[in-house]
Design a protein around this ligand. Structure first.
Ligand code: ADP
Length: 392
């Protein structure tokens, strides 16, 4: 059966049509600049990538165009062939510890959680409503970025701040990238062994590290927001919050302005002065550019700090996994991180690691105390799998 996996942003909509249970991607693509000038979409089908101009007044028109194109391309003969739609939803608060079939109550809850994810949940809701309008009888499922981390213990998720901030206002660590961490955790269970203690390094433009025991998240580096934890492409990760009022005072900038700088002008882009794309920063590093060297050394140390901390929390990890854009493609970062973890007995085969991209591989040598793997993540498939569970 065919299941659509959807990730709706404020002006974009990414889709992947997956044949389940075969887990075969039929077609995928992205609608961009929805509601703006020059909207277009890209569709990948049969090994070809087609870019098309389109008038996309809103997400609903994108959904309509998508379904009509699926018919036009003879991928489906009627809308009825779509048996389920799985939606990525960023914030499920402490309400959802798993994916859920969307009904009026769920819609209301996602709406109620908007203050916790003001940029993402409204866009996710628009995506859901567009599909439920056009496919009212099809099962729609919400898959939350936060759900996988709901197994964290209170000792991990509570902040040492006035307790009523938690009880009255929901201030706590929620964690993100849960769909990816869950995918990697299940992948390890199915392809390596069940019951392992895993530290998953999801490092892409955004990045979070997760400690996983018996397939459950026990701690993760992102928190109440996705700004904290390790240093990221443009986000600062953990910094002293005292910087905020100090910079507001010095520059006259607003709170929103400073928060925006911490999310969009910090991390690798700030330190490297070479943008946020690691490929460019690596080039500078290889050429001995001081700022790029500084950025990469800081980045590696911050990842290593979390891995070391989670190794202790897990009382000795069995496996370290690298995933997402950087983790899957940057052999330099994998090498530097593992070199710094040599004190924990981590050892990888550098020849094997060198040049390796996006392929499930055991990188550690037989005498490494912790096994190290590259595991490509697949959030779209995870969304489709969770959706399939409700309709199979
Ligand atoms: P997002 O958090 O936006 O989902 P991704 O997981 O797709 O990010 O990661 C994108 C990032 O991965 C890019 O910005 C770049 O820094 C990094 N990246 C992608 N390909 C490579 C590569 N070949 N070498 C090094 N870094 C890469």
């Amino acid at each position: 059966m065919k299941i659509l996996s959807i990730n709706a942003g404020s002006s974009s909509l990414k889709f992947t049509l997956i044949e389940m249970p075969e887990e075969k991607v039929v077609v995928s693509g992205t609608f961009e600049k929805i509601g703006g000038e020059g909207s277009f979409y890209t569709i990948k089908y049969n090994g070809e990538k087609i870019v098309k101009d389109a008038i996309l007044d809103n997400h609903r028109s994108a959904v309509r165009l998508l379904l009509d194109d699926l018919i036009g391309l003879n991928i489906i003969s009627s809308y009825d062939e779509i048996k389920g739609v799985g939606h990525r939803v960023v914030h499920g608060g402490d309400v959802y510890s798993d994916s859920v079939v969307i009904d009026a109550n769920v819609l209301q809850t996602i709406e109620d959680l908007v203050p916790l994810a003001p940029l993402h949940n409204p866009a996710n809701l628009v995506g859901i409503k567009s599909f439920t309008d056009i496919l009212p009888t099809v099962t729609q499922v919400a898959v939350f970025d936060t759900a996988f981390h709901q197994t964290m213990d209170k000792e991990e998720f509570i902040y040492p701040v006035p307790f009523e901030w938690f009880t009255k206002y929901g201030v706590r660590k929620y964690g993100f990238h849960g769909t990816s961490h869950k995918y990697v955790s299940e992948f390890v269970e199915n392809n390596i062994k069940k019951g392992l203690k895993v530290i998953n390094c999801h490092i892409g433009n955004g990045a979070s590290i997760c400690a996983i025991k018996d397939g459950k998240s026990i701690d993760t580096s992102m928190g109440f927001t996705p700004t904290v934890g390790v240093m990221m492409g443009t986000r600062c990760g953990d910094v002293d919050m005292g910087i905020i009022p100090y910079i507001m005072d010095k520059t006259g900038d607003s709170l929103d302005g400073v928060i925006s700088d911490l999310n969009k002008r910090s991390g690798m882009t700030a330190i490297s002065d070479a943008g946020s794309d690691l490929r460019d920063i690596e080039e500078g590093y290889e050429n001995g550019n001081d700022r790029c060297v500084l950025a990469i050394n800081m980045y590696v140390k911050k990842i290593v700090n979390y891995v070391s901390m989670y190794n202790t929390l897990l009382e000795g990890a069995d496996v370290i996994t690298f995933t997402a854009g950087v983790g899957e493609n940057s052999y330099l970062i994998r090498k530097l991180v593992c070199e710094r973890l040599a004190c924990l007995g981590v050892k990888i085969d550098n020849e094997l690691n060198d040049g390796l991209k996006g392929k499930f591989t055991k990188l550690s040598t037989d005498d490494s105390k912790i096994e190290v793997y590259l595991v490509p993540t697949d959030e779209e498939l995870m969304i489709a799998k969770d959706t399939y569970e409700f309709i199979k």
